[in-house]
Design a protein around this ligand. Structure first.
Ligand code: FUB
Length: 324
Protein backbone atom coordinates (compact mmCIF):
# COMPACT_ATOMS: atom_id res chain seq x y z
CA UNK A 1 0.00 0.00 0.00
CA UNK A 2 1.26 3.52 -0.84
CA UNK A 3 2.83 5.50 1.96
CA UNK A 4 1.91 8.75 0.23
CA UNK A 5 -0.25 11.34 2.01
CA UNK A 6 -3.91 11.10 1.01
CA UNK A 7 -3.80 14.80 0.02
CA UNK A 8 -0.91 17.16 -0.54
CA UNK A 9 -2.64 20.49 -1.21
CA UNK A 10 -3.32 21.02 2.54
CA UNK A 11 -1.59 19.92 5.72
CA UNK A 12 -3.85 17.46 7.55
CA UNK A 13 -3.58 15.55 10.84
CA UNK A 14 -5.49 13.57 13.51
CA UNK A 15 -7.65 11.69 10.95
CA UNK A 16 -10.97 10.24 12.13
CA UNK A 17 -12.25 7.89 9.43
CA UNK A 18 -15.84 6.65 9.15
CA UNK A 19 -17.91 4.84 6.56
CA UNK A 20 -21.14 6.69 5.89
CA UNK A 21 -23.47 5.57 3.06
CA UNK A 22 -20.81 3.15 1.72
CA UNK A 23 -18.29 5.97 1.28
CA UNK A 24 -15.19 6.56 3.37
CA UNK A 25 -15.10 9.99 5.04
CA UNK A 26 -12.10 11.47 6.83
CA UNK A 27 -12.39 14.21 9.46
CA UNK A 28 -8.87 15.55 10.14
CA UNK A 29 -7.38 18.63 11.76
CA UNK A 30 -6.35 21.23 9.19
CA UNK A 31 -2.78 22.27 10.05
CA UNK A 32 -1.57 25.69 8.99
CA UNK A 33 1.67 27.66 8.97
CA UNK A 34 2.13 29.88 12.02
CA UNK A 35 5.04 31.86 13.42
CA UNK A 36 4.46 30.34 16.88
CA UNK A 37 7.55 28.61 18.21
CA UNK A 38 7.36 24.84 18.73
CA UNK A 39 6.81 24.05 22.42
CA UNK A 40 5.64 21.20 24.66
CA UNK A 41 2.35 22.97 25.34
CA UNK A 42 1.33 22.57 21.69
CA UNK A 43 0.84 26.31 21.07
CA UNK A 44 2.11 25.85 17.50
CA UNK A 45 -1.02 23.80 16.67
CA UNK A 46 -3.06 26.90 15.97
CA UNK A 47 -5.77 25.70 13.60
CA UNK A 48 -8.83 27.70 12.58
CA UNK A 49 -11.05 25.45 10.45
CA UNK A 50 -11.90 21.92 9.34
CA UNK A 51 -12.14 20.35 5.90
CA UNK A 52 -13.86 16.98 5.29
CA UNK A 53 -12.46 14.51 2.73
CA UNK A 54 -14.03 11.42 1.18
CA UNK A 55 -13.21 8.57 -1.16
CA UNK A 56 -14.97 5.67 -2.89
CA UNK A 57 -12.07 3.35 -2.35
CA UNK A 58 -8.78 3.32 -0.50
CA UNK A 59 -6.11 4.41 -2.97
CA UNK A 60 -8.70 6.09 -5.24
CA UNK A 61 -9.27 9.83 -5.79
CA UNK A 62 -9.90 11.86 -2.64
CA UNK A 63 -12.52 14.63 -2.66
CA UNK A 64 -11.90 17.75 -0.57
CA UNK A 65 -15.38 18.99 0.37
CA UNK A 66 -14.03 22.37 1.43
CA UNK A 67 -14.45 24.20 4.73
CA UNK A 68 -16.97 22.31 6.87
CA UNK A 69 -16.69 24.49 9.99
CA UNK A 70 -14.63 27.56 10.86
CA UNK A 71 -13.62 29.17 14.13
CA UNK A 72 -15.23 32.54 13.47
CA UNK A 73 -18.65 30.80 13.39
CA UNK A 74 -18.25 29.20 16.82
CA UNK A 75 -19.20 31.75 19.51
CA UNK A 76 -17.48 30.11 22.49
CA UNK A 77 -14.06 29.43 20.91
CA UNK A 78 -10.93 31.57 21.36
CA UNK A 79 -8.38 29.41 19.51
CA UNK A 80 -6.95 26.02 18.54
CA UNK A 81 -9.41 23.80 16.67
CA UNK A 82 -7.72 20.48 17.46
CA UNK A 83 -8.48 16.85 16.60
CA UNK A 84 -12.15 16.28 15.60
CA UNK A 85 -14.39 13.26 15.18
CA UNK A 86 -17.78 12.63 13.57
CA UNK A 87 -20.79 10.39 14.09
CA UNK A 88 -24.22 9.81 12.61
CA UNK A 89 -27.53 9.04 14.27
CA UNK A 90 -31.19 9.49 13.30
CA UNK A 91 -30.24 10.81 9.82
CA UNK A 92 -28.04 13.66 11.14
CA UNK A 93 -24.27 14.01 11.18
CA UNK A 94 -22.35 15.38 14.16
CA UNK A 95 -18.87 16.87 14.24
CA UNK A 96 -17.16 16.88 17.66
CA UNK A 97 -14.19 19.19 18.15
CA UNK A 98 -11.97 20.49 20.96
CA UNK A 99 -10.95 24.12 21.27
CA UNK A 100 -9.99 26.64 23.92
CA UNK A 101 -12.87 28.69 25.29
CA UNK A 102 -12.56 32.42 26.05
CA UNK A 103 -10.84 31.57 29.38
CA UNK A 104 -8.24 29.43 27.60
CA UNK A 105 -9.74 26.16 28.90
CA UNK A 106 -10.15 23.33 26.39
CA UNK A 107 -13.77 22.22 25.96
CA UNK A 108 -15.52 20.01 23.42
CA UNK A 109 -18.07 21.38 20.99
CA UNK A 110 -20.57 19.76 18.66
CA UNK A 111 -21.84 20.90 15.26
CA UNK A 112 -24.67 19.39 13.21
CA UNK A 113 -25.34 18.80 9.51
CA UNK A 114 -27.73 16.88 7.27
CA UNK A 115 -24.76 15.63 5.21
CA UNK A 116 -21.58 13.81 6.22
CA UNK A 117 -19.42 16.42 4.49
CA UNK A 118 -21.14 19.37 6.17
CA UNK A 119 -21.20 22.31 6.36
CA UNK A 120 -21.81 21.91 10.10
CA UNK A 121 -23.71 24.34 12.31
CA UNK A 122 -22.13 24.60 15.78
CA UNK A 123 -24.08 24.66 19.01
CA UNK A 124 -23.53 28.06 20.65
CA UNK A 125 -21.94 26.60 23.81
CA UNK A 126 -19.55 23.69 24.34
CA UNK A 127 -21.00 20.40 25.56
CA UNK A 128 -21.80 20.96 29.23
CA UNK A 129 -19.46 18.94 31.45
CA UNK A 130 -16.88 18.43 28.69
CA UNK A 131 -13.22 19.35 29.01
CA UNK A 132 -9.76 18.60 27.58
CA UNK A 133 -9.22 17.48 23.97
CA UNK A 134 -9.45 14.77 21.31
CA UNK A 135 -13.11 13.71 21.32
CA UNK A 136 -13.87 10.30 19.81
CA UNK A 137 -17.41 9.06 19.40
CA UNK A 138 -18.50 5.47 19.22
CA UNK A 139 -22.07 4.30 18.49
CA UNK A 140 -22.53 0.73 19.68
CA UNK A 141 -24.71 -1.87 17.98
CA UNK A 142 -27.57 -1.11 20.42
CA UNK A 143 -27.56 2.56 19.31
CA UNK A 144 -26.00 3.94 22.51
CA UNK A 145 -23.37 6.56 21.70
CA UNK A 146 -20.29 7.27 23.84
CA UNK A 147 -17.90 10.21 23.91
CA UNK A 148 -14.26 9.51 24.79
CA UNK A 149 -11.84 12.36 25.39
CA UNK A 150 -8.70 13.62 27.10
CA UNK A 151 -5.13 14.63 26.44
CA UNK A 152 -2.17 15.42 28.72
CA UNK A 153 0.16 18.47 28.83
CA UNK A 154 -1.25 21.12 26.42
CA UNK A 155 -4.50 19.12 26.35
CA UNK A 156 -5.05 19.91 30.07
CA UNK A 157 -6.33 16.49 31.22
CA UNK A 158 -4.01 16.75 34.26
CA UNK A 159 -5.92 19.90 35.32
CA UNK A 160 -9.05 17.76 35.93
CA UNK A 161 -7.91 15.37 38.66
CA UNK A 162 -10.83 16.35 40.89
CA UNK A 163 -14.31 15.95 39.38
CA UNK A 164 -15.61 19.21 37.90
CA UNK A 165 -12.66 21.29 39.11
CA UNK A 166 -10.09 22.90 36.78
CA UNK A 167 -6.77 23.29 38.59
CA UNK A 168 -4.73 25.95 36.78
CA UNK A 169 -1.58 25.00 38.70
CA UNK A 170 -1.41 21.84 36.57
CA UNK A 171 -1.61 23.73 33.22
CA UNK A 172 1.25 23.22 30.79
CA UNK A 173 3.47 20.28 29.86
CA UNK A 174 3.31 18.32 33.13
CA UNK A 175 1.56 15.27 34.56
CA UNK A 176 1.56 13.14 37.74
CA UNK A 177 4.63 10.95 38.26
CA UNK A 178 5.83 8.31 40.69
CA UNK A 179 4.31 4.98 41.71
CA UNK A 180 0.71 6.09 41.23
CA UNK A 181 -1.87 5.12 38.67
CA UNK A 182 -1.80 7.04 35.38
CA UNK A 183 -4.48 9.56 34.56
CA UNK A 184 -6.97 7.72 32.40
CA UNK A 185 -8.99 8.95 29.42
CA UNK A 186 -12.56 10.02 30.10
CA UNK A 187 -15.86 8.63 28.80
CA UNK A 188 -19.53 9.54 29.05
CA UNK A 189 -22.70 8.36 27.34
CA UNK A 190 -24.26 10.79 24.86
CA UNK A 191 -27.96 11.69 24.81
CA UNK A 192 -30.10 10.40 21.95
CA UNK A 193 -29.78 13.77 20.17
CA UNK A 194 -25.97 13.41 20.41
CA UNK A 195 -25.51 16.97 21.71
CA UNK A 196 -25.19 16.48 25.50
CA UNK A 197 -23.69 14.11 28.00
CA UNK A 198 -26.22 11.58 29.32
CA UNK A 199 -24.09 10.32 32.21
CA UNK A 200 -21.36 11.34 34.59
CA UNK A 201 -17.91 11.57 33.07
CA UNK A 202 -15.88 8.59 34.31
CA UNK A 203 -12.34 7.32 33.88
CA UNK A 204 -11.71 4.56 31.35
CA UNK A 205 -9.47 2.16 33.25
CA UNK A 206 -6.50 0.71 31.37
CA UNK A 207 -4.88 -2.23 33.16
CA UNK A 208 -1.75 -4.24 32.61
CA UNK A 209 -1.66 -8.03 32.11
CA UNK A 210 -1.79 -8.55 35.92
CA UNK A 211 -4.92 -6.45 36.30
CA UNK A 212 -3.04 -3.49 37.83
CA UNK A 213 -3.74 0.04 36.61
CA UNK A 214 -1.12 1.27 34.14
CA UNK A 215 1.23 3.46 36.18
CA UNK A 216 1.90 7.17 35.65
CA UNK A 217 5.61 6.51 35.11
CA UNK A 218 4.96 3.87 32.43
CA UNK A 219 5.32 6.30 29.54
CA UNK A 220 5.51 3.48 26.97
CA UNK A 221 1.93 2.46 27.82
CA UNK A 222 0.12 5.22 29.68
CA UNK A 223 -2.64 7.17 27.90
CA UNK A 224 -1.52 10.55 26.57
CA UNK A 225 -4.05 11.59 23.87
CA UNK A 226 -5.76 10.51 20.61
CA UNK A 227 -8.57 8.29 21.94
CA UNK A 228 -10.24 5.95 19.45
CA UNK A 229 -12.76 3.14 19.94
CA UNK A 230 -13.68 0.37 17.53
CA UNK A 231 -15.28 -3.04 17.82
CA UNK A 232 -13.94 -6.28 16.34
CA UNK A 233 -15.40 -9.75 16.86
CA UNK A 234 -17.55 -8.58 19.79
CA UNK A 235 -14.59 -7.03 21.66
CA UNK A 236 -13.99 -3.33 22.25
CA UNK A 237 -10.61 -1.93 21.18
CA UNK A 238 -9.53 1.35 22.76
CA UNK A 239 -6.46 2.80 21.05
CA UNK A 240 -4.42 5.90 21.86
CA UNK A 241 -1.11 7.73 21.63
CA UNK A 242 1.54 7.50 24.35
CA UNK A 243 2.62 11.08 23.61
CA UNK A 244 6.23 11.65 24.60
CA UNK A 245 7.19 8.06 23.71
CA UNK A 246 5.36 8.43 20.38
CA UNK A 247 3.63 5.04 20.10
CA UNK A 248 0.13 4.19 18.97
CA UNK A 249 -1.09 1.41 21.26
CA UNK A 250 -4.33 -0.35 22.13
CA UNK A 251 -6.19 -2.09 24.93
CA UNK A 252 -9.07 -4.59 24.73
CA UNK A 253 -12.26 -4.78 26.83
CA UNK A 254 -15.67 -6.41 27.04
CA UNK A 255 -17.62 -3.17 27.51
CA UNK A 256 -17.36 0.29 25.91
CA UNK A 257 -16.95 1.66 29.45
CA UNK A 258 -14.07 -0.67 30.28
CA UNK A 259 -12.04 -1.88 31.99
CA UNK A 260 -9.48 -2.42 29.24
CA UNK A 261 -6.35 -4.56 29.26
CA UNK A 262 -3.27 -3.30 27.45
CA UNK A 263 -2.85 -5.26 24.18
CA UNK A 264 0.27 -3.96 22.46
CA UNK A 265 1.64 -1.48 19.93
CA UNK A 266 0.03 -0.63 16.63
CA UNK A 267 2.56 1.84 15.21
CA UNK A 268 6.15 2.72 16.10
CA UNK A 269 7.15 6.43 16.22
CA UNK A 270 6.76 8.36 12.97
CA UNK A 271 8.51 11.53 11.76
CA UNK A 272 7.16 14.36 13.96
CA UNK A 273 6.32 14.64 17.67
CA UNK A 274 2.62 13.74 17.58
CA UNK A 275 1.03 10.54 16.44
CA UNK A 276 -2.75 10.19 16.14
CA UNK A 277 -5.02 7.83 14.28
CA UNK A 278 -8.32 6.06 13.69
CA UNK A 279 -9.21 2.47 12.77
CA UNK A 280 -12.03 1.61 10.39
CA UNK A 281 -13.38 -1.35 8.43
CA UNK A 282 -14.15 -0.61 4.78
CA UNK A 283 -15.17 -3.13 2.10
CA UNK A 284 -14.02 -6.07 4.22
CA UNK A 285 -10.55 -4.73 5.09
CA UNK A 286 -9.31 -2.89 8.17
CA UNK A 287 -7.34 0.34 7.90
CA UNK A 288 -5.26 2.54 10.18
CA UNK A 289 -5.49 6.23 9.33
CA UNK A 290 -2.64 8.20 10.91
CA UNK A 291 -0.34 11.14 10.30
CA UNK A 292 3.33 12.03 10.12
CA UNK A 293 5.29 15.13 9.04
CA UNK A 294 6.97 13.86 5.87
CA UNK A 295 5.09 16.34 3.63
CA UNK A 296 6.63 19.32 5.48
CA UNK A 297 10.06 17.71 5.90
CA UNK A 298 9.54 17.17 9.62
CA UNK A 299 7.80 20.30 10.92
CA UNK A 300 5.83 19.12 13.97
CA UNK A 301 2.77 21.28 13.29
CA UNK A 302 2.55 20.62 9.53
CA UNK A 303 1.39 17.04 9.17
CA UNK A 304 -0.10 14.76 6.52
CA UNK A 305 -2.61 11.89 6.72
CA UNK A 306 -1.67 8.42 5.53
CA UNK A 307 -3.39 5.01 5.40
CA UNK A 308 -2.09 1.54 6.24
CA UNK A 309 -3.94 -1.76 6.11
CA UNK A 310 -3.98 -3.61 9.44
CA UNK A 311 -4.80 -7.20 10.39
CA UNK A 312 -5.78 -9.29 13.41
CA UNK A 313 -4.08 -12.50 14.41
CA UNK A 314 -5.98 -15.57 15.65
CA UNK A 315 -6.02 -14.16 19.20
CA UNK A 316 -7.47 -10.83 18.09
CA UNK A 317 -4.16 -8.97 18.43
CA UNK A 318 -3.63 -6.13 15.96
CA UNK A 319 -0.74 -6.64 13.56
CA UNK A 320 0.64 -4.68 10.63
CA UNK A 321 1.68 -7.88 8.87
CA UNK A 322 -0.86 -10.16 7.18
CA UNK A 323 -0.95 -13.38 9.24
CA UNK A 324 -0.04 -16.55 7.27
O1 FUB B 1 -3.60 18.47 16.36
C1 FUB B 1 -3.44 19.01 17.64
C2 FUB B 1 -3.14 17.94 18.64
O2 FUB B 1 -1.97 17.24 18.27
C3 FUB B 1 -4.17 16.84 18.74
O3 FUB B 1 -5.33 17.23 19.40
C4 FUB B 1 -3.37 15.80 19.40
O4 FUB B 1 -3.94 14.53 19.40
C5 FUB B 1 -2.08 15.88 18.62
O5 FUB B 1 -2.13 15.12 17.44
Amino acid sequence: MSSEPIVKHLYTADPSAHVFNDRLYVYPSHDRETDIEDNDNGDQYDMVDYHVFSMDEVGGPVTDHGVALKMEDIPWVSKQLWAPDAATKNGKYYLYFPARDKEGIFRIGVAVSDKPEGPFTPDPEPISGSYSIDPATFVDDDGQAYLYFGGLWGGQLQCWQEPGKFEAKWAGPQEPSGPVKALFPRVAKLTDDMRSLASEVTELHILDESGEAIAADDHDRRFFEAAWMHKYNGKYYFSYSTGDTHYLVYAIGDSPLGPFTYGGRILEPVLGWTTHHSIVEFKGKWYLFHHDTTLSGGKNHLRCVKIKEIFYDKDGKITMEKPE
